[in-house]
Ligand binder design. Structure first.
Ligand code: GZL
Length: 321
């Protein structure tokens, strides 16, 4: 990419000296970013896409945006199309961790830098991307676990937990499970009695929670959902089963999207661990730095908090997503 731009700038500078191109045009060539988005599976994803689109507009970057409808083959197709179009930078949120080596090597061969946005890949060769920006999902799982340990510290009997996992094979699903278990395994009273994917969607979260309730019913003390959308779907299932969400079943989820704050204010969700989708501005800054020939950090971690229902009403007006 640097070579192409240098050649282009040299040609345009020569043309300018010949009086045919104003030198100011040289700096005007728009940066072109190809972005492959996972889909529109959750409130979080919608807010993330909005952040990327508005930040690109704000930064004067031409954005080629592709929605993969949660299919890895569509993301790979989109990345190949960006390579063929010779974009300046490629960025994407990998729907799952594995299966990216071939297409990332094609981007590297085409000298197009790649930024991982939101989620990581499990490729060993980390020269295949210049930076990974997004949350620490293991820490998000730990935060959820620590909140539960604190909430149940007076509890002596067994605490039966059901878990709604995110998309199978995705970094957030793998890491949020890992972080949560790392914390609760210290106390044998915590038992995960059912764990199944709800694919990060409300519909699937409700469907799987219905199955959990059918199988375990009033034995369930806690629901740990890897995102708010699945928790909100599960809340519907819990109410339809004649139980009180956040009272009969303690509910912990992750993202802290608007729907979670509304559920907490309604007394139906106990806590949401923040996972910010607002990656647009830092992505555009990274893209501009890359094109300007600067180096960018290999890992940029999003700073985040945790919101129990007790603070939801006060915090809600300040929320940006
Ligand atoms: C997390 C992101 C996850 C969200 C879900 O950074 O990848 O995907 O937690 C979304 O809501 O579907």
């Amino acid at each position: 990419m640097k070579l192409q731009r240098r050649t282009l700038f040299a040609a345009m500078a020569a043309a300018s000296l010949a009086g045919t191109w104003p030198l100011s045009v040289l700096a005007q060539k728009k940066i072109v970013l190809g972005f492959s988005q996972i889909g529109a599976e959750s409130e979080w994803r919608t807010a993330n896409s909005e952040s990327i689109k508005s930040a690109a507009k704000e930064a004067g970057i031409e954005l080629k945006f592709s929605d993969a409808q949660q299919k890895q083959e569509n993301q790979i197709k989109a990345i190949r199309s960006f390579i063929a179009q010779k974009v300046d930078v490629i960025a994407f949120s990998p729907v799952v961790e594995s299966g990216w080596g071939t297409v990332l090597r094609e981007a590297k061969a085409a000298k197009i830098p790649v930024i991982l946005s939101d989620r990581a890949v499990d490729e060993k060769d980390d020269s295949l991307w210049v930076s990974f920006m997004g949350s620490d999902f293991v820490e998000e799982g730990r935060r959820a676990g620590r909140w539960l340990v604190d909430k149940m510290k007076g509890q002596t009997g067994t605490v039966n937990i059901v878990e709604l996992q995110g998309t199978v094979g995705s970094a957030p699903a793998i890491d949020r499970k890992k972080g949560f278990e790392e914390i609760i395994k210290a106390d044998p009273k915590f038992k995960v009695i059912r764990s199944q994917t709800g694919d990060f969607t409300r519909a699937k979260g409700k469907e799987v929670m219905e199955a959990f309730l059918k199988a375990e019913g009033k034995k369930i003390n806690v629901l740990y959902a890897h995102n708010d959308d699945m928790a909100i779907g599960a809340i519907q299932a819990i109410e339809e089963a004649g139980m009180k969400p956040a009272k009969d079943i303690t509910i912990i989820s992750i993202d802290a999207v608007k729907g979670a704050f509304e559920a907490m204010i309604a007394g139906k969700l106990n806590v949401s661990v923040e996972c910010s989708p607002l990656l647009g501005p830092q992505l555009m800054n990274a893209v501009k730095d890359l094109v300007a020939g600067k180096t960018i950090p290999k890992r940029i971690v999003t700073e985040e908090g945790i919101f129990p229902m007790e603070v939801a009403a006060k915090e809600f007006p300040k929320r940006k997503y």
